[in-house]
Design a protein around this ligand. Sequence first.
Ligand code: MG
Length: 383
Amino acid sequence: MTVGAVLVAGGSGQRAGGDVPKQLRPLLGRAVFGWSLAALMGHPRIGPVVLVVPAGSRAAYDVAADPALRVVEGGKSRSQSVRRGLAALALDPDDLVLIHDAARPGLQAADIDALLEALQTWDAAAPGLAVSDALKRCTGGTMQSVPRESLFRVQTPQAFRFGQITAALSGAEAGLVDDLAAVEHLGARVHLTEGRARLSKLTYAGDFETMTRLLRPHPMLPRVGTGYDVHAFEAGDHVTLCGCRIPHTAGLAGHSDADVAWHALTDAIFGALALGDLGDHFPPSDPRWKGADSAVFLTEALRLIDARGYRLESCDLTLICEAPKVKPHRAAMIARTADVTGLPADRISVKATTTEGLGFTGRREGIAAQAIAMLSPHPPMQD
Ligand code: MG
């Protein structure tokens, strides 16, 4: 017996906000529809899968070529789209089919197992969650309590015998609340498996944050990293610290603009993300970085923070040198760092110290800088 699946990626997702339909928006580094597609394609019992996409939008759905997967365009209504998906599957009447909404990315193999087991006994099955809130019916200014016993919120995937759902939908009227409703009309015996919060539908903008928390494989904790850098003085008339040109009787030697402060900060971020160091990302041997503005390095580190689901919360920089005097430039250095990082100025600390004449900084041979960066978990940008 074959088990097939129809994944319906319909709808424009207006309520979820943004310009991109919600099923295409990124969620923890993968498009929303890709989560359930991977769960269906990866399940050992499921053979053919049909992804139904809105008419004219096939190019937006980046899926790897796979003989088990077909992508078809849907119709004007959801039930029309489901019918097209079923037609593309073309299974035998006794085969089984799961119909799932792409806007429910939390599907896992255990959900599929429970549905297929239920179909050994029942005509159809779907995950259901008992209603736990009090229910009220509000009409024209009056409010009436509705008993919640025996009420369930029904999710997807919904599982059917192919022949029954195909027949039920071919004669179905428009406006069915879901696919189960079509077979209920035929007197099908339906079983509810255990519903899950992660099978909820992404509807509103805030749902993405909730779903990100539910689908994140491990709890994410704040992370900190430290950075340290040294550049030697050479002939010149200024140094660059935190993107600010500071007049001095010497310059700093380096392949890029030798901004020792931002190098330390960038390294602190790479450290917090456990992504190696500045030299791994921007090798000094690469001619592209000759004379580079170190804002480029810092900006790339910030992009990686966002891509990993974090955000920069604060940073603390210490410059170690006898000269130039840092204090007169501190406000400008903080302001420039705020520009590049997007942090408010009161979360950026720039300090300076000397080594009391000791060591290489005491001998005025160069400048050392150290930095700490703190990151906190944050849902990825949704647009
Ligand atoms: Mg450096």
